[in-house]
Design a protein around this ligand. Structure first.
Ligand code: HEC
Ligand code: HEC
Length: 400
């Protein structure tokens, strides 16, 4: 994110992929070759590619899925509360399938006894994310295991000791069998987090109207949504930050999102302070707002900046922003239209837009077109009574 060179390289790759995905089917090979040559010339004269020229919006690619045993195992684990220290918090408690795989309140619950100070992000399409978390503190999607390890061991999420979790799972015959089938191994922490990551790899939006539109189905978007798309890329300027396949530039910005007063509820504030202490944030005991990416880079020019979130599935993941302060998509568009609130380090592109009521409605319609079909995974199917049970051996009276 901070390295212009690698970003340009990524851009180039993404451009080529988009050319491939969008056009091979619909235009002739010659047109494609011409585009490649023109693009090649442009990048040769590198000054011509403006530093913040957005990546084209693109549909999600078709990608290989892990084997069924791996996915089945990971899915059980995702819903299993026994993966947390107190055996009462599963990933799915905060990433609820029926709530867009996010949590429907402004800020998330936390490990029992704590409350979190950020909105829970969706786990849909995470395999394509460049960075994780609102403050971009972890590298992204091709290392989902590391992220799962972080979620499991974080004291404010699941507070799990991987060694204990492995011992728990070894007492559950169905799990032992699944680990063998999926990875030819026994339950241990490395495989637990691998299975969680393999399951997350399957959480990809499907049949997304906007993607169908990009792939050539002009009727996939209503005319209002098409108008919204034009505004998104034009007058409203959203594309400056929400670009590419994920509608995120993988960069951090301050947008002037107001502080959520609930941050100062005892438990949330304690979580803010303790996590910022773990991250080594200077002066963490004096924080009066979420410092965002400042905690990572420790440079005041990043104070209050947050990673541009993907907008995929966004209509299902209300409320919005790192602290959930905006309740609806309409309120997000209003927020941008008035140019956000005052804030240190605010990105100059967040400024009053002068949108009409019809234009605002069109933008919301476009945002809605970024959500796909329900994946058909129901929380009720993984209720406690349906999960595989401990089956301890009856050693009593047997001696050694
Ligand atoms: C107690 C609630 C809670 C639990 C349990 C929880 N999460 Fe999260 N998750 C969150 C919150 C809140 C965030 C955003 C935190 C932040 O940005 O600092 C998050 C962020 C994430 C992200 C980053 C998404 C992105 O695009 O940046 C992933 C991936 C994720 N969680 C996966 C998991 C997995 C896998 C588990 C189980 C091992 C899990 N979570 C358990 C609340 C939870
Ligand atoms: C300068 C970069 C930038 C521009 C321009 C921008 N955004 Fe954002 N957007 C962000 C960042 C950063 C966040 C997260 C802010 C936060 O949580 O503090 C965000 C958050 C959002 C969210 C909330 C997503 C969620 O999951 O909570 C939506 C929706 C959104 N933007 C839509 C838009 C629209 C529509 C436009 C154009 C009117 C736009 N953005 C323009 C950077 C930008």
């Amino acid at each position: 994110m901070r390295d212009g060179k690698s970003r340009n390289r990524k851009r180039r790759v993404a451009f080529l992929e988009t050319v491939a995905v969008n056009h091979i089917k619909t235009t002739s090979l010659i047109t494609m070759l011409l585009k490649l040559i023109v693009f090649g010339l442009l990048t040769q004269v590198s000054g011509l590619v403006a530093a913040d020229s957005p990546e084209p919006l693109a549909p999600l690619p078709d990608v290989a899925m892990p084997g069924t045993a791996k996915v089945k195992l990971g899915q059980y684990l995702f819903f299993d509360k026994r993966l947390s220290g107190d055996a009462d918090r599963a990933c799915a408690d905060c990433h609820i399938p029926e709530q867009g795989w996010a949590f429907p309140e402004q800020m998330s619950i936390g490990y029992p006894g704590t409350l979190h100070y950020r909105n829970a992000k969706t786990v849909m399409n995470v395999r394509f994310a460049e960075y994780f978390y609102w403050d971009a503190r972890l590298d992204g999607g091709n290392d989902l295991s590391t992220q799962a390890r972080d979620s499991m061991t974080d004291a404010h999420f699941m507070s799990a000791d991987g060694r204990i979790m492995a011992q728990r799972l070894k007492q559950i015959p169905e799990y032992v069998a699944l680990f063998k089938e999926a990875y030819n191994g026994e339950p241990y922490f490395g495989l637990i987090i691998k299975a969680l990551g393999d399951f997350e790899k399957t959480l990809i939006s499907k049949n997304v109207p906007f993607d169908n539109f990009l792939e050539g189905d002009a009727s996939a978007l209503s005319s209002e949504a098409k108008e919204g798309l034009a505004l998104f890329q034009g007058k409203a300027g959203c594309i400056h930050c929400h670009d590419g396949m994920m509608l995120s530039d993988g960069e951090v910005h301050a947008t002037g999102v107001p502080v959520n007063p609930d941050l100062f509820l005892t438990e949330r504030y304690t979580t803010l302070r303790s996590q910022q202490m773990f991250l080594g944030t200077p002066n963490y005991w004096n924080l009066r707002q979420d410092p965002g990416f400042f905690a990572v880079e420790k440079n005041t020019r990043y104070f209050g900046t947050f990673l541009t979130p993907s907008l995929r599935e966004v209509s299902k993941t209300a409320p919005y922003m790192h602290n959930g302060i905006l309740p609806t998509l309409a309120s997000v568009v209003d927020f941008y239209d008035r140019g956000g609130e005052q804030a240190k380090n605010k990105d100059p592109r967040i400024k009053p837009l002068g949108l009409t009521a019809a234009e605002k409605a069109a933008l919301v319609e476009f945002l809605k077109s970024l959500s796909g079909d329900d994946l058909g995974i129901k929380t009720a199917s993984f209720a406690e009574e349906k999960m595989p049970k401990y089956q301890l051996k009856k050693w009593v009276g047997e001696g050694n």
